[in-house]
Ligand binder design. Structure first.
Ligand SMILES: C[S@@+](CC[C@H](N)C(=O)[O-])C[C@H]1O[C@@H](n2cnc3c(N)ncnc32)[C@H](O)[C@@H]1O
Length: 288
């Protein structure tokens, strides 16, 4: 039995178990097992699997069929061209968060245009560090403090920072939002993808999410805005004048967050859509 046949069988199994993008999942699991890229799978289609490899592949496919997220099985994920370690208990980065990073980078470039040689960024709720590390890797002037309530997320972020050779510009601090950093510290940009699912919506989440991802990364009170409200309230005291707050939100919250900011000391309040046309990012500039 060659790779083509294993892939066909695995795809059928995953489809039967309700896994979307079954073929892609089958390929990524096999590539992970054989330590090949997906492209290399295609150039090795005639390769046979040893009995040990075949057994190991079957175990991986069954595990994925049970609903365990692919990224927790392979132990990594891609984000803005970086490969980052992820682990059970820590939120898996989503592709739409790349838009948040775009908008944070634009804000950072605005700050740079006004003369800052070193730009300070605070990432609240960093998870595996995807936002913090993208910003640091894409802007040499950025010095990023990445925080999370969860020490496991902080450890993972620090590991990813070291692996990406960004340990000298990404500092990790554990704690509840702004409590994680020194009282007097100020930043040019505060960025956050906080938890924003209303607590009553547990049942409507996909099984892969509610069964495997940490609830502290997902839920934020009855209306889902508990953490966002605290991030917004605390931001003016932590930003330099003209600094930016950039938030990922649920599309159902975008206008409420805009109103919250419109009622405060903020200028240039703007809502941005993700690639699917949903209002997912809100950005504002601290006025004088
Ligand atoms: C939706 S996840 C986002 C993770 C990552 N930044 C991303 O974009 O994929 C939210 C993160 O915020 C953290 N978090 C939740 N409440 C927090 C709090 N009060 N203070 C700091 N971090 C918090 C969670 O542990 C989780 O890692």
């Amino acid at each position: 039995v060659n790779l083509v046949e294993y892939l066909a069988r695995a795809t059928e199994y995953l489809e039967k178990h309700g896994i979307s993008s079954a073929r892609l999942n089958a390929e990524l699991l096999l590539a992970h097992l054989l330590r090949l890229s997906r492209l290399e799978l295609y150039t090795n289609f005639d390769r046979r699997l040893s009995t040990a490899e075949a057994d190991a592949y079957r175990d991986l496919v069954v595990e994925r069929g049970s609903g365990r997220p692919l990224q927790y099985i392979t132990g990594d994920t891609g984000f803005r061209g970086m490969t980052l370690a992820v682990a059970e208990g820590v939120f898996i980065p989503r592709p739409e968060t790349e838009v948040l990073v775009e908008k944070a980078l634009e804000a950072l470039d605005q700050c740079a245009a006004h003369g800052g040689s070193q730009l300070k960024v605070l990432d609240l709720g960093t998870g595996c560090g995807n936002i913090a590390l993208s910003i640091a890797s894409e802007r040499d002037a950025a010095v990023v403090t990445a925080t999370d309530l969860d020490p496991a997320a902080c450890d993972l972020c620090a590991r990813n920072a070291a692996a990406a050779d960004l340990g000298e510009r990404v500092f990790v601090a554990a704690g509840d939002l702004y409590d994680a950093v020194d009282a007097g510290a100020t930043y040019d940009v505060i960025v956050s993808n906080p938890p924003y699912v209303p607590s009553g919506m547990l049942d409507s989440l996909p099984g892969e999410v509610k069964g495997f991802e940490p609830s502290a990364a997902l839920f934020a009170g009855a209306d889902g805005m508990d953490v966002i409200r605290r991030v917004v309230e605390g931001a003016p005291g932590r930003l330099v004048e003209g600094g930016y707050l950039v938030l990922e939100v649920d599309e159902s919250h975008a206008q409420s967050v805009r109103e919250l900011l419109d009622a405060g000391p903020w200028d240039d309040v703007a809502v941005f859509e993700d690639l699917a046309g949903r209002e997912r990012v809100v950005r504002a500039k601290l006025g004088s």
